[in-house]
Each structure stands twice: as structure tokens, then as C-alpha cells.
Design a protein around this ligand. Sequence first.
Ligand SMILES: Cc1cc2nc3c(=O)[nH]c(=O)nc-3n(C[C@H](O)[C@H](O)[C@H](O)COP(=O)(O)O)c2cc1C
Ligand code: SF4
Length: 436
Amino acid sequence: MSTQLTPILTKFWDDPQSWTLETYEKHDGYKALKKALGMPQADLVQMTKDSGLRGRGGAGFPTGMKWGFLPAPDGGPRYLVVNADESEPGTCKDIPLMMAAPQFLIEGVAITSYAIGCNHAFIYLRGEVVHVYRRLLRAVEEAYAKGYLGKNIMGTGFDLDVTVHAGAGAYICGEETALLDSLEGRRGQPRLKPPFPAVAGLYARPTVVNNVESIASVPPILLHGAEWFSDMGTEKSTGFGIFSLSGHVTRPGQYEAPLGITLRELLDMAGGMRGGKKLKFWTPGGSSTPLFTDEHLDTPLDFESVAAAGSMLGTRALQIFDETTCVVRAVERWTDFYAHESCGKCTPCREGTWWLKQILGRLEHGEGSEEDLDKLLDICDNILGRSFCALGDGATSPITSSIQYFREEYLAHLTNGGCPFDPRESSLFAKEKATA
Ligand SMILES: Cc1cc2nc3c(=O)[nH]c(=O)nc-3n(C[C@H](O)[C@H](O)[C@H](O)COP(=O)(O)O)c2cc1C
Ligand code: SF4
């Protein structure tokens, strides 16, 4: 067994009642907030910059730098909004974290709010996860009761209210400006930028929007120091992150490890491929990031190395597919998702994702022609870089990368007059298959 895991945010998920404030306090909970409230705010922003922490919501923007973009206080409100929408296919880290150890996030919210001069923070949660909503509400209630939120926190004169808001369930509401529109009560659609949220965000006031894992990483950094964090990971992708392994893996789940670890190492820890089968393709950062194959097993999973190999680290959502999987079918499913979730604001994505879905559907059923592959690439070319937000770009990733690596498999659907794979092979577990 490799010893590369760095359990920090996942350290006590196995404790009984890991989600309570009492358990969190046993694991140094709220010591970081106490320390923060005795520090100048600017030092907290500098410490976050020094740690090298980069946004864990996908784009990897430096967190401390984002906080530093807020204009000087003008006496009016400024906000922290936590992006807890987690809807990218394959991404499964924020929701388990909020279920297992929500106080990491609440303490992170309190420290960040103090650092940026915010007295009212919001957590915007994906609408469907009612169990997480209940858990967060309870966690916030416990923090208020203990004086970690509310008026005059720890006698320092710092006031903070936290509102947990559940959306109605739309992938686009994870895009930070669509999230802000939704939080304000409007239909969630991306806003034109600039102005960026740092200047005019929630209710047109200066706002920091950060991912759950980014904010939850702040208390450990404060407790152990910026250098402790930056010593982990790689030079430009510092620290640890939660990698979620799903699909054809023996032990799927959340593996917290330094950035720069490889899929080969993670698979070793996860018991290897399901049933000893061969790896065929995988996503390094969710379905919006170009596919990788077994050629990339040793690519370090940090922002730079994954980009150099032609994909994106995204949210470290490693969806793993073995040789029984039809790549055309998998890509068709993802494309259905993007067509359904397209918010309709801009033409390339609204119309393009619909056409992509039609063409992939007929290819999967062996009814298309070879020209359809060029048509797919042409439509992708008209979406990528021409859409209003990154949802459109993301929709093209599985298509262009699958044609790059598996063109022959697309063509095999045509010569075979349909899909050459038995979908039960990839979707059922051995025990179920025996009785099917
Ligand atoms: C379609 C779409 C969906 C997104 N969904 C999420 C999400 O669920 N959670 C998240 O943190 N960021 C999501 N993002 C990225 C956010 O726009 C933003 O970059 C992020 O919340 C910033 O936080 P960070 O700097 O801490 O990563 C999404 C972006 C797009 C384009
Ligand atoms: S790219 Fe898609 S999701 Fe984004 S604004 Fe355009 S239509 Fe909406």
C-alpha cells in the first residue's frame, strides 16, 4: 500500500458522528479562527497568497490573490459566497466533505469573512442534496450556539451571519455569476464580465466567490502555516486536494493526496481496476475536461502537467472506464447532460449542444456516416471559445478528445450497424451479471 495520502480535510470522516461540532473541536476545530481573530486582516490575505492555495472549484485561480482584488472598504457591505453547487459529472468531493465534516467549511467561512471584511456570508448549495442542506443548517446552528458565528465572535467585536441557500438544481448555477443571479432570486444565467464579482458581485457589492474545498482548506493552513501547505504538492500547484475516483475501480471514493500524484498511484490505493480489467479512458477533472487514456497513467495530477498533456485538472473528478465501455455511448450521455443544462443564453451552446446530441445519437446506433465525425468537430469548433461561458467549452471536451483517441471506435459503429459493445458488461457488477 502506498503511503501517499495526506488526510487533512478527510482525517476524521470515520469517527462516530464526525459531523458534530464536538468532534470537530476534538480535532483542533476553531483554534484557527481564534488565531485569525488576533491577526491583522492583511496578514491573513498574505498568508493565503504565500501558501499558494489555488481555487479547488476547477479553474485553479490563486485564492489569496482573489481576496486581494476586493477594493478598499467604503463602509458598505461586502460578501463571501461559497460555491457548493457541485454538479459537474464525476465531481464528488464537496458534498462528502459537507456531510462528513461541515465545520471545516464553517470555520473557513468565518476566517475568510474576517480576512476580507465581510459580515454576511452565503453558502449556495446544489438544490437536490436535501440531506446536505439539513446537515449544513445544523452545523451553522451549532456554530452560532457556541459563539463562533453571530455577534461579537470570541469577544473580538467581529460579527458574522451565515445564510445557507439551496438552489433549485441547475448545473449552470455553479458558474459564479449565474450563481449570484440565482442567489438574488433571478433565473440563473451567467453575467457579462467585467465587472467581476470582486468589484460588483452579490447585490452589486464587492464579493468573493470560492469553492467549498478552497474555503475548508483555510483553517488547516492557518493552523500549520503557509509553508507547511506549500511544501506539499508541486511548485506551482501546492498543497493537497480531494481526488474522487469513480467508475470501474475496485474501491471508488475520495482520496486526499498532494497535487502531483498520478492516477497509477491512486489506482494502487483504490485496489486497481474493477475485476482486473484494462483501463480504457478517464477524465482527470470531470466530464468538461478532455479525456485521457492509459498513456496518461503517469501524468502528475497538478494544474501544469495535466494542461501540458492536453487536458485540465478541473475538480480532480477521476471517472474511470475499463475496456468494456463504449466511448461513443459515454460521450453521448455526457452530451445529453450538456444539452439539457445549457441555459440558453447564447446561440453556439444552446443550438450547438442540441445538434451534437442528435449526431452522437445516430452514430451510437450505427445510423450516421463518416462525415458526421467532421460535422461534430466543426460544431465543436464553433462552440469552443465562442460561447458566453465555460459550459459550452466543456461540452466539446469529451467529443473532440474521444475522436482524437478513439476515431476507429466511432467508425466501428458504422461498419457494425450499431454499437459493438454489450452495455451490460460495463454497467453491471459481476454478481448482478450472473443473475441477469
Ligand atoms: C458551468 C460551470 C459550472 C461550475 N460549477 C461549479 C461548482 O459546482 N462549484 C464550484 O466551486 N465552481 C464551479 N464552477 C467554477 C466557478 O465559476 C468559479 O470559478 C469557482 O466557484 C471559484 O472558486 P475557486 O476559485 O475557489 O475555485 C463552475 C463553472 C462553470 C462554467
Ligand atoms: S455557454 Fe451555454 S450555459 Fe453558458 S451562457 Fe451560453 S447557453 Fe448558457
